[in-house]
Ligand binder design. Sequence first.
Ligand code: ADP
Length: 394
Amino acid sequence: MKILVANLGSTSFKYSLYEGDDSALTLLARGGYERVSDYGETIRDAISSMKKDGHIDSVDSIDAVGFKTVLGFEKTGCVAADDSVVADLRASAELAPAHNPAYANGIEQFAKEMPNAQLVALYETAFYQWASKPSRRYAVPKAWYEAGVRRNGFHGASHKFVAERSAELLGREDVAQQVRFLYQKDQSELPGKPLRVVSCHLGGSSSVTGIRNGVAIDTSMGLSPQSGLPQNNRVGDLDSMAVTYVMKKLGLSIEEVERQLTKESGLLGLSGKSNDVRDIWAAVDAGDDDAKLAIDSLVYSIRQYVGSYMLQLGGLDALVFTAGIGENDTRVRERVCQGLEDLGLELDLDKNAVTRGEETCISAANSRIKIFVIPANEELVIARETSRFLSHNK
Ligand code: ADP
């Protein structure tokens, strides 16, 4: 079986072509386009380049296309990417403006260009569908909840990969097996000792997720990817009264507040320098106080969520770092793990010197809680889930 994973941005299109089934998928090809104005043309170009390189004979050699859809009001899970998915993506576009229109348009174009391929959508929110009601519900009037105001959670494909991989690394094949089929069947409690993992996806956009037996119990992002940790240029957690207060106090329009919260806040807002931690660290090293505050706030916020989920999980077996900052930033990892020896968590400073692309255990030999760096692999999760969806929906 050949599966194409399509990663769509508002003006970009990246793809990965896999062959095999969910138990063993091989990456055949990868490609990408920037400044895309017409997805149809770009899809045709990608198909001819995969043909030219001998990966496919024709467009019909591709059995399925998997999409990492972000948010739907009515939909979540792993589902056929049909017209109702497209309509729902458009209806909920206001909360995911950078992603939903791109996926709605892209799915329509793929349906035209690849009429014989099965299109499958794996929502970023899917990983949280079994989280408890208190973790998903905000204390707002019921009408708000019914209008869709709830904790959705994001980065689901990345945290799901961590859930599967960490269970394998910890020798818990029972949990790995359960989480492999998370979207195809109801989850029941596993007997025996629960496996408790906290996954830190730290990148341009960041979230922390608590995971019990491979199933998310809670996550730092909420209704939209605006909440939780300070993001690159987006705000993270904020008291809702701040919005109406600055509108009155500073005379800002709702559009201007939205722009500043989504483009000028987060690490950029705190540091006043950059939205990239590499630049921020350079400023810290040059003695800049605002840059130092930005890093301190990021670390503080990560630890707040890690601590909260450790308590909700009743302890911890593994802490995992993934994505751009999580995989590369040795200093952020060191700061997050500092002073937690009494809780059974101890970093090995030499092992912590790993950077991108290396899967490694970085905890000290006597640390009761394991600390892992697991490179993010969202594309593989989409390909696997697409393959599983096909085998369960023959
Ligand atoms: P995104 O979240 O945009 O998909 P990534 O997960 O690749 O992207 O994360 C990008 C972020 O990772 C960058 O903005 C940067 O802050 C951080 N990053 C990337 N490489 C390094 C590095 N070598 N050291 C520290 N931080 C890094």
